[in-house]
Design a binder for this molecule. Structure first.
Ligand code: C2E
Ligand code: MG
Ligand code: MG
Ligand code: MG
Length: 286
C-alpha cells in the first residue's frame, strides 16, 4: 500500500510522525507564552494533621488552562517544560505565586500554615536556585519557615552530592524540605538520611494497597517506623478512604493528603475549608 503511494514505507509512516512533531512544537510554543498570557495558575491541596484533624497547610499544584486543549495536567507539560528549560522561569513563577499566597494567609492569622511547592529536577541542577528562592522570599515577605520545598526521590538521586549541597543551603535559610513520592525510586532511607529532609511523603501507590495488599501495608508500616526513628515527619499521599486514614493513624503517620480530606482547589475554596477549631470566622472577609 505504501509503495503504491510512490515513496515507499517512509511515506506510510511520515504523516503520523509529522503530526506528533508538530503537536509537540506547538505545545512548546504555547507553553512559552502561557505565563505571559496568564494561562498558568495554582491549585492548593489541603494537608491534614492526623492527631488534631486540622488543616495545617497546602501543596501548590500547577495547572495550565490551554485556550484550545482545555486544562492540561502537570504530568503532561512539566516534562516539556523541563526539556525546553522553561521550567526555570515557570518554577520561579510558581514559587512567587505560592509565597504570595502563603504570606496572605499568614497575615490573615494562619501563622503556621505551610505552603509546599514542588521542585523539578532541573531546578535542583540549577546553581542559582538558592539565590532565586531567597530573593522571592524577600520580595513576597513570606517567612521562610512557611515554605516547604518538595523533591522527588528520583530527582534527589540523579546527582546526590550536588543535591545535598543545594538542599543544605535552602535548609539553612529556614525552608523545610520534603522527600516526595517516597518508595518509587531505588534508594534507601538510610542513604537519604544524609539529605536535610524534614518530612517524607509516602507515595500514593503504596497507600492504594491499604487495606487489601499485605505487602503495601507492611511497606507503609515499616516506612513510618523507620522515618520516625530517623526523626522525619511522615505524610501519606493519595488517601482516598476512611480505612486508609484509620490504618495510617493507628500506625503513627503524622499527616495525610488526599481526596478523602480534600482535592486540589482554588485559594478561595481553601479559605472556606480552614479549620473550624482555632479559626475565628471573619478573618477573610474582604
Ligand atoms: P505530587 O507532587 O506527588 O502531587 C500529588 C499529586 O497527587 C497531585 O497530582 C494531586 O492532585 C494528586 N492527588 C492528591 N490526592 C490524591 C488522591 O487521593 N487520589 C489521587 N488519585 N490523586 C491524588 P497533580 O496535581 O496532577 O500533579 C502531579 C505531579 O505533577 C505532582 O505530583 C508533581 O510531581 C508535579 N507537579 C505539580 N505541580 C508542580 C509544580 O509546580 N512544579 C513541578 N516541578 N512539578 C509539579
Ligand atoms: Mg509533591
Ligand atoms: Mg508526591
Ligand atoms: Mg506523585
Amino acid at each position: 500500500l505504501a509503495k503504491e503511494q510512490g515513496r515507499g514505507v517512509y511515506r506510510f509512516f511520515s504523516p503520523d510522525l509529522d503530526d506528533r512533531v508538530h503537536a509537540r512544537l506547538q505545545l512548546e510554543n504555547d507553553l512559552r507564552s502561557a505565563m505571559d498570557n496568564n494561562q498558568l495558575y495554582l491549585h492548593y491541596q489541603p494537608l491534614m494533621d492526623l492527631a488534631s484533624g486540622e488543616c495545617i497547610g497546602t501543596e501548590a499544584l500547577l495547572r495550565w488552562s490551554h485556550p484550545e486543549l482545555g486544562i492540561i495536567s502537570p504530568v503532561d507539560f512539566i516534562p516539556v517544560a523541563e526539556e525546553t528549560g522553561l521550567i526555570l522561569p515557570i518554577g520561579n513563577w510558581v514559587l512567587r505565586t505560592a509565597c504570595t499566597q502563603a504570606k496572605k494567609w499568614f497575615d490573615a492569622g494562619k501563622s503556621n500554615f505551610r505552603m509546599a511547592v514542588n521542585l523539578s529536577r532541573r531546578q535542583l541542577d540549577y546553581d542559582g536556585l538558592a539565590i532565586d528562592v531567597k530573593r522571592i522570599l524577600e520580595e513576597t515577605q513570606c517567612p521562610a519557615n512557611l515554605l516547604e520545598l518538595e523533591v522527588t526521590e528520583s530527582s534527589a538521586m540523579q546527582n546526590p552530592e550536588q543535591a545535598i549541597v543545594i538542599l543544605n543551603s535552602l535548609h539553612e535559610m529556614g525552608i523545610c524540605l520534603a522527600l516526595d513520592d517516597y518508595g518509587t525510586g531505588y534508594s534507601s532511607l538510610a542513604y537519604l538520611k544524609r539529605f536535610p529532609f524534614d518530612r517524607l511523603k509516602i507515595d500514593r501507590s503504596f497507600i492504594d494497597g491499604i487495606p487489601t495488599d499485605a505487602d503495601d501495608m507492611s511497606i507503609v508500616q515499616t516506612t513510618i517506623i523507620l522515618a520516625r526513628q530517623l526523626r522525619l515527619n511522615v505524610l501519606a499521599e493519595g488517601v482516598e478512604t476512611q480505612a486508609q486514614c484509620d490504618f495510617l493513624k493507628l500506625h503513627g503517620c503524622d499527616e495525610i493528603q488526599g481526596y478523602l480530606y480534600a482535592k486540589p482547589m482554588s485559594s478561595e475554596d481553601v479559605e472556606k475549608r480552614f479549620d473550624y477549631k482555632n479559626y475565628s470566622k471573619g478573618c477573610f472577609e474582604n
